[in-house]
Design a protein around this ligand. Structure first.
Ligand SMILES: NC(=O)c1ccc[n+]([C@@H]2O[C@H](COP(=O)([O-])OP(=O)(O)OC[C@H]3O[C@@H](n4cnc5c(N)ncnc54)[C@H](OP(=O)(O)O)[C@@H]3O)[C@@H](O)[C@H]2O)c1
Length: 266
């Protein structure tokens, strides 16, 4: 398997490293990491057995691919020598909002650069990662990218001009989902349930409904219609949602997130 170097050893790097080791794609000695001023690299090495690089040269020596997993605002402060040391290597970035053009300018002698947008459920292997690459991926580089991303969950290759949209849908998506659950639990408590009862009722209802949706070929609309009798309780609730512009509200949230992603990328 490929030998990998990680620039950054925080939450996202940790999720990828754990996924790589869990899937058997890498053994810990295949992975070298470097962190910033805090102790993230030490913590990740202690937990997983990966190796802490002793210098920039050591980080890149023998690596097939480099994963860039610092914060986007830390990227301009990275050791300048990383650009040259990544010569002929595959570079994969998880940096939100950092475009391929910026990445390829820094890693200008790399063999290819991949931009990804993972999301937080990736920490338990249930995420979805969008990706695009500067050049078409070769079969062997595609295998390395899969090994890195598959531990986070599913992947979807999209053109880079869809990255602001994907940031809204799947990147910010967990935030919108948790806000929905929170609002639903709050409303259940207002109907008289204890917070513990509300939590059980709401979370199991959402979990079960998604499992039901995934177990069938039916659309969400068909399953919705199956619980909606004319003049019934679900119909009354759906009418209240429509009156309060439910679908327009969801569209407005996604559009606001996409627009913000565009602004941040400028
Ligand atoms: N967390 C998510 O769910 C998520 C989702 C999508 C995308 N992302 C992307 O993932 C990236 C990392 O996010 P995160 O949540 O993992 O952040 P994080 O936990 O703060 O990790 C950032 C890492 O970068 C290290 N670092 C800082 N300066 C460095 C330098 N000069 N050289 C090398 N390493 C340096 C930090 O080291 P020290 O802490 O030791 O200083 C830390 O290990 C971000 O670009 C973000 O956009 C994250």
């Amino acid at each position: 398997m490929a030998k990998l170097s990680f620039i950054g050893a925080g939450r996202m790097a940790g999720a990828i490293v754990r996924g790589l080791i869990r899937s058997g794609a890498c053994v810990p000695s295949d992975i070298k990491i470097i962190g910033g001023a805090n102790h993230s690299a030490k913590d990740l090495a202690k937990e997983t057995g990966v190796i802490i690089a002793t210098s920039a040269e050591d980080l890149f020596a023998g690596a097939d691919a480099v994963v860039v997993a610092c914060k986007p605002q830390q990227f301009p402060m990275l050791n300048e020598s990383y650009g040259k040391l990544a010569k002929d290597k595959l570079v994969l970035s998880v940096l939100a909002g950092t475009r391929l053009a910026t990445l390829t300018q820094f890693f200008n002698s790399s063999r290819n650069v991949v931009r990804t947008m993972p999301n937080t459920p990736g920490a338990i292997g249930k995420g979805v990662t969008a990706l695009c690459s500067a050049k078409t991926l070769t079969t062997s580089d595609r295998a390395i990218v899969s090994a890195i991303c598959d531990g986070l969950g599913m992947t979807l290759e999209i053109p880079e001009n869809m990255f602001d949209a994907v940031t809204a849908v799947s990147g910010s998506g967990p935030g919108f989902f948790f806000e929905t659950i929170s609002a639903y639990e709050e409303a259940a408590v207002e109907l008289g349930f204890t917070p513990v009862q509300a939590q059980l009722l709401v979370r199991q209802t959402f979990l079960g409904s998604l499992a039901l949706l995934q177990s069938t070929q039916e659309t969400p609309e068909t399953l919705r219609n199956q619980v909606t009798s004319p003049g019934g309780t679900t119909k009354a609730g759906l009418d209240a949602l429509a009156k309060n512009q439910f679908r327009e509200t969801i569209k407005a949230a996604l559009l606001a997130a996409k627009n913000r992603s565009e602004e941040l990328g400028k």
